[in-house]
Design a protein around this ligand. Sequence first.
Ligand code: PMP
Length: 362
Amino acid sequence: MSRVFNFNPGPGTLPEAVLEQARDEMLDYAGTGMSVMEISHRSPQFEALLNQASADLRELLSIPGNYRVLFVQGGASLQFAMAPMNLRPAGASADYILTGAWARAAVKEAEKLGHVRAIGSTEKDNFKRLPEAAELEFDPNAAYLHFTSNETIQGLEWAAEPLGPEHVPLVCDASSNIASKPIDVSKYAMIYAGAQKNLGPSGVTLIIIRDDLLATIPPRLPVMLDYRALAESNSLHNTPPGFAIYMVGLVLSWLKANGGVEGSARRNAEKAALVYNAIDGSGGFYRGHAQPQSRSRMNVTFRLPSEELEKKFVKQAEAQRLIGLKGHRSVGGLRASLYNAFPVEGARALAQFMAEFQRVNG
Ligand code: PMP
């Protein structure tokens, strides 16, 4: 067996130690004589692992006591619809900061169900940067303000939360940078994230929601689309994605054992610096898509002098076991995703490969 350096944008690489533990526990989870996939979601063993995962996320992100942690299905894409269904009363409007492909996807869903204002769009700059504070014209009556903390496709990341009107709840799609650095959860009303990039496999989505928002949810929402109902059942209204939640639990323990989100932040900064330095030191052979002030630590997007060279780069990188570097078709070029579990040696290997590729082809 030999593992590659997996730069895939999601599902992404998982910690080897986590995969090994899952393998070791596969046939007999916690002395049950069953795999975790075979036990009842009403069993004490499952409830314990769900509550432990929730407690570990709370500890890692210092989530205050007045927030609930939920595990749901449907991906972050379902949250594009659920957030407006739950948090935007009939007739009200919500503000969405339009920073790239995923913010746009969120706007599209929210528009089907009610009024949205897309603000601060940087589309005319081809989403190469995030908006400046002065470009954001907030609606003081908005039901909430939504932003995408990391644009996975364009490779843009907010260094700090946008500061909207104080009383407008802040809602964040953190799918591609959750638990990658410390954040002040008390600034947010709700955070949601598909697990499959920074926290585990696909199949489960994490929601962190402030208690008081649960009280104003419209009545008569279908139960699986109702945050209050999901909170009341502790994410156990129906059969949850047990194996995915178990894997998230293992990743959270791994993060705790590896310096918490501070440790993640240190490693993530080191990895991103290795690749951005390779771009910046190339004399223009490699060109970053994102402007430097908006660069993502999670997804490094860049171009080469021609599409032909880009194809060659991907192919030769694969031969050196650097996998998943092809960029999204809407941006083109290359994308190196460097999520929490991606090792520093992988970023170093990519930087070396980039230098060598330029030496031969530059
Ligand atoms: N938001 C962001 C920022 C994403 O990167 C993605 C997935 N790439 C999504 C939402 C959609 O997530 P899912 O596939 O879990 O619906």
